[in-house]
Design a protein around this ligand. Structure first.
Ligand code: GLA
Length: 336
């Protein structure tokens, strides 16, 4: 029997640039997926989830079925194809990561199942696990995501930022300054990535990169992007400016410059709202109020369309700030 725990993640800045050659700044969360796995000697996978109060049996080669178990089954099929496992598996799953919140519950589940499947095989390092998890998400689940979430949950540790260059997966681990509070708040608005909006945005980015003749959209410059037709130009403007913001955010993080980091978060939100068009008005109001009530910066996190937002606030102000914000938006919930 193998037991694995994998955290969720929150992205501090660098949104929608992990397939555009950008650098992203995710951080692991205290919430996690816990997964137990052992071979059952049969030809079916039996998957049980405490969260969904359910268990399910599937043939070991059954395709994705738009079911919560797909994330585990996709990982098991990948592991069998690599020879890490043979035959059916019994898997039991517990998770404290809210689903559909933009905190990478799906990546954490896939990574946990792959880590458990590769067991003690020393040749399977965490970066290879992250790439394998991305392949499962892209090919089995059908979401054409980038590599940020899988790297963040395979490598990230709570309280540290993973500054990840998504072109080659090189990374640096940077501790969050001790006088910074990173608050993660669920807006109360649910979302799903498999509904096609992720795919559309991704295609727009690839088209813009093509039109600007660059391999990755982050390599283009803002002046050139102005020549693009309006919709593509807006997408490109977000991606290119976000690429610059996340590099500046690394410097601010390293020097403990909370004000600059906060301003970059705010610019990021504005750009995601106006140019990338992935925010929702309720979230915009929450982000605006978070700053008005004393946060240095706040922004939606993850793919958007609802889910969570992340705020940066001085440790000594955080305690008084939260109840004031919650009073304005009683439907929201603090996650971290
Ligand atoms: C989702 C995807 C990531 C990334 C973010 C947006 O979380 O899985 O690859 O593209 O959206 O930054």
């Amino acid at each position: 029997m193998t037991f694995v725990t994998t955290p969720g993640r929150v992205n501090l800045i660098g949104e929608w640039i992990d397939f555009n050659g950008g650098t992203v700044l995710p951080m692991a969360l205290p919430q996690s997926v816990q997964l137990e796995l052992h071979a059952n000697g049969g030809q079916q996978d039996r998957i049980q989830s405490e969260q969904f109060a359910d268990h399910i049996d599937f043939d070991i080669s059954a395709p994705a079925a738009s079911h919560w178990s797909d994330y585990v089954r996709g990982a098991l099929q990948y592991a069998r194809a690599q020879g890490w496992l043979t035959g059916g598996q019994d898997v039991s799953l517990k998770s404290t990561i809210p689903v559909g919140a933009g905190l990478s519950s799906s990546a954490a589940t896939i990574v946990a199942a792959l880590k458990a499947s590769s067991g003690d095989l020393v040749c399977v390092d965490p970066v290879s696990i992250a790439h394998a998890a991305k392949a499962v998400e892209n090919e089995f689940i059908g979401v054409p995501c980038g590599i940020m979430d899988q790297m963040a949950v395979a490598i990230g540790t709570n309280g540290n930022v993973l500054a990840l260059d998504t072109r080659d997966c090189s990374y640096e681990i940077i501790p969050v300054p001790t006088d910074w509070t990173i608050a993660v708040v669920h807006s109360g608005i649910g979302r799903a990535l498999a509904d096609g909006r992720y795919k559309t945005r991704r295609e727009e980015c690839l088209k813009a990169a093509d039109a600007l003749n660059v391999s990755y959209l982050c390599e283009a410059n803002l002046e050139a992007a102005q020549a693009l037709p309006e919709a593509l130009g807006k997408r490109a403007r977000h991606v290119i400016s976000e690429g610059h913001r996340s590099l500046r955010a690394i410097d601010a993080l390293k020097s403990g410059d909370r004000q600059t980091f906060g301003l970059l978060m705010q610019e990021s939100h504005t750009s995601l709202r106006d140019d990338f068009e992935v925010s929702v008005p309720e979230m915009d109001a929450m982000v605006r109020d978070a700053v008005e009530l004393g946060a240095d910066g706040a922004r939606m996190t993850g793919a958007g369309f609802g889910g969570c937002f992340v705020c940066l606030i001085a440790v000594d102000r955080a305690e008084a700030w939260w109840p004031k914000l919650q009073a304005r938006h009683p439907g929201m919930k603090r996650i971290a």
